[in-house]
Design a protein. Sequence first.
Length: 338
Amino acid sequence: MPSISVIVPVYQAEKFLEASVGSVLAQTFSDWELLLVDDGCSDGSPALCDRFAAADSRVRVFHRKKNAGVSEARNLGLNEARGDYIAFLDADDAFVPQALETLWSLREQTGADTVGCAHVNLTPDGGEQTELLLPAGTYDEAAIRERIVYPLLGDRLRVPVFNGFIWRYLFSAKILRAAKITFEGAYLEDELFLMEYFCNARKLAVTEDPLYRYLLNLSSATHRYMKDFLKVFGRFMERKEALVKRYGLESARPLWREESNWAGLLIAIGNEYARDRQVPVRQRQKAVQELCRRPDMAQAIAKIAPAGLNPNKQMVANLVRGKHFFTLTQLYRLKNRI
């Protein structure tokens, strides 16, 4: 059985797969298996996956006839994984050659059940910026809750926001299986996965070495209009509520609902003004006003005056609280050229 299972959901990733899979094949640590989950691709990705599997017995491919989304692809990988530890890799990203070896060695040196690393953000114009997970060191249960669980729960309106990137970690398969932790949904799925996992983890070791290369892909789902965003966000809040009750998190962040709803509202507003949304500007403005009148959003707006957001989001929040929806619309028209 391999020490590490690397799970890669694959969807229309033909132009990225050579580099992504190649970064696993080039690892200085060799005791891994690579699970490529073809999520109903219609491009050349399935054939590429099969070619990689034929060339290296450590690579296994799973073909789905229909696209079911990134969560189901990752869940399939989790069900099939044989490794003691799980790593996730997105099909358009890459590991640095020493990534798995560094994480594995750190785990052995510290006795941690989970390890994590920094990563490099890559922009389409070739820019690179390193982003830390946490300062290097080891974190016990109390520190894990303070530095990861509670920020994911309620600290969503202050920069820097703790990101729910799952590919920065080496996860314990034993913890995942014991707690029956899986993914759900096509958006925000990683935040809840991390929250629940770290409610069960006991010791985390972190390196500041940037071991993962993350491509900021402007064509990804987070940059396109999502017609069912409110439904997705509603389910996200339901699941978050259940985690809060299961793990007794309420007292740590009493305003977590309002913080989360504010964060969701800012995303929803940006979604309404997405460039590819094919509706008139006046209709978008009306939709935003209706969003702000929803009881959950209205309560968040009344209870919390966001301060400390990045400049763009802070301006949006200020305009929303002041009910300056016409001005808000004009700013988005200029920004997104709609």
